[in-house]
Write a protein of this length. Structure first.
Length: 397
């Protein structure tokens, strides 16, 4: 029996992060290899009510990696893990430290915030997710799955000069967009290019399965509106001060298209705060809108899957729409733009600014269903190749 430790940011309520362990477990189980899984976050958590996996904490992860009784493999599950620092992880878990982290560029001239946060979180490696099996006593394989790093620059490799050798020594490294692939190549690190593993969600959670898990309010809303609504989401940090502009664009959609606005947060964790951003926009909307508080990830998935279009800043909101072949408008976020540029359909292969919401919505909803399905199927084919490689890697002597 192969024991696999799956680690990531599954310890806070953020839609994309909660998807990774679910999809990885389900896809690996299709190989019938008798894998045994344990899930780890930075802290101990239980988000099963929200649809997530319970996690053990970092201390338990290190103990499992150094347990002389059993060899294990480690999968870093996904997300922007390559450039993540201890201080950015702590900022997502601790509100007072989040206020400090907002000024990290200036503070870092005087204080190594990464080192401080590492001590607070009791980290054992200089960066949370950049390690190889030489860092532990009992790790057979290190697999970095579907990672993003569109914001990684050479300066990061200069600052953390061990990154290059660590990434060159891992057993499997796959990234999810062309920009990340290029950033690594510039620093002599080779990687596979595959889609985000969450693209498989519609295969494991078809609509009839989701229907059994959503809240009554969401089910009734979808039945009443029959796909005549857009699913809209934004985060707080990129939209403060732009609420009226955004509301005006959404009002234009309603006036021109008679399509209701469904507002629903995807990232409620610290440093995302979608719920606050959406409430601020809702106050400025003139057109009818409905707000859902995203009580679980199934509500989010079901609402996007049945919508006329997804519009938002969330990468995994867009990936959900891609998985269910729903038109999508990505907004302003670098990693989302990078993913759409790599895997998106013609006409929707980029993120746009807030002033272009209505215009891009018209373009996106004109894309033929067959093109959306072909984009999804291409990603399905590629991510299954990725899992074939992962399983082969896990089983190598």
């Amino acid at each position: 029996m192969e024991k696999i430790l799956i680690i990531g940011a599954f310890d806070r309520y953020n839609y994309g992060d909660l998807l990774f362990p679910l999809i990885i477990e389900k896809q690996l189980d299709t190989y019938n290899k008798n894998f045994q899984y344990e899930f780890f976050g930075i802290i101990r958590s239980d988000l099963t009510e929200e649809g997530g996996k319970p996690t053990l904490d970092l201390k338990a992860f290190y103990e499992a990696c150094n347990n002389p009784q059993q060899k294990v493999s480690v999968i870093v599950a996904g997300g922007e893990a390559l450039g993540v620092t201890w201080n950015s992880l702590l900022a997502a878990l601790n509100k007072p430290f989040q206020r400090v982290h907002k000024h990290h560029v200036r503070i870092s001239n005087y204080l190594d915030l990464n080192f401080v946060a590492k001590k607070i979180l009791k980290g054992n490696t200089t960066l949370p997710f950049v390690f190889d099996k030489d860092d532990f006593k009992s790790v057979n394989k290190v697999i970095l799955n579907s990672l993003g790093g569109s914001g990684i620059k050479t300066a990061l490799f200069d600052r953390y000069n061990f990154m290059k050798s660590k990434l060159q020594k891992v057993d499997y490294l796959a990234v999810r967009d062309k920009i990340t692939l290029g950033n690594l190549k510039q620093n002599d690190v080779q990687a596979h290019l595959f889609p985000d593993s969450a693209i498989l969600m519609s295969e494991f959670y078809p609509l009839e399965v989701l229907e059994k898990s959503v809240t009554k309010e969401v089910l009734e809303y979808v039945q009443q509106n029959k796909g005549e609504y857009i699913f809209f989401q934004i985060n707080k940090k990129t939209t403060v001060g732009k609420e009226l502009l955004i509301a005006n664009e959404l009002d234009k959609i309603f006036r021109q298209d008679h399509t209701e606005i469904c507002l629903c947060p995807i990232g409620k964790a610290l440093n995302h705060d979608d719920h606050e951003a959406l409430q601020a926009v809702k106050q400025k909307l003139e057109s009818p809108s409905t707000y859902f508080d995203a009580e679980n990830i199934w509500d989010i998935m079901y609402l996007i899957a049945h919508s006329k279009a997804y519009i938002g800043t969330s990468l995994h909101g867009a990936i959900t729409s891609m998985s269910y072949a729903v038109p999508h408008v990505g907004l302003t976020v670098e990693k989302l733009d990078a993913y759409l540029d790599t895997w998106g359909v013609k006409g929707s292969s980029f993120a746009v600014g807030f002033s272009q919401i209505y215009d891009q919505y018209k373009i996106a909803t004109a894309v033929k269903a067959g093109e959306l399905e072909a984009s999804r199927d291409r990603q399905f084919t590629e991510i299954k190749k990725a899992f074939d490689l992962i399983v082969n890697t896990l089983q190598k002597p």
